[in-house]
Write a new protein. Structure first.
Length: 161
């Protein structure tokens, strides 16, 4: 079993390295995506993990080098390790969620310029994306929406500013 797991790690690493080499400009922002639509600036990225025991999860991720960054220590914590950010949420949702925060940098500081969550929503609607929840487009400031990818993963776009 260990050999299979080890080979899978190396196979995934090789695939990722080959993909990165094949697309050398992938890290640079471009004006359009392969579908011809304008690229969306979604803001800071994190993974929001649904955990059963907040304290046990915190201790585990601290062993991986993560440190508490924000949260109330009772229901949720935000942890960082360099530019990587994870949220630990106990009893707040059932499944893990990919999270983007328009208007924030990776340290939850307001950016001077950003694409408003409602504009992102309008652009996605124009591309035919279906929404699980929607931001009220008649408002300003904080708002959010959720889309579900083809594999059932929730993607939360959550603007706090």
């Amino acid at each position: 079993m260990a050999n299979i797991r080890s080979r899978n790690v190396y196979t995934r690493r090789a695939v990722l390295m080959a993909a990165a080499a094949a697309v050398p400009d992938a890290s640079r922002s471009q004006s359009t995506n392969p579908a011809g639509a304008k690229n969306l600036e979604l803001g800071a990225f994190s993974i929001s993990l649904a955990v059963k025991d907040l304290e046990a999860s915190k201790k585990f991720y601290e062993k991986l080098g993560f440190r508490s960054f924000a949260g109330d220590s009772r229901k949720y914590l935000i942890l960082k390790n360099g530019d990587a950010t994870i949220g630990l949420f106990q009893g707040m949702f059932e499944k893990n969620i990919l999270t983007f925060n328009p208007g924030w940098d990776s340290n939850a500081q307001k950016k001077a310029a950003f694409t408003d969550v409602r504009e992102i929503q309008r652009q996605l609607k124009a591309q035919g994306v279906q929404f699980a929840t929607q931001a009220d487009e008649t408002t300003k400031g904080p708002a959010s929406f959720v889309v579900i990818d083809p594999d059932g993963n929730s993607i939360l776009v959550d603007q706090h500013v």
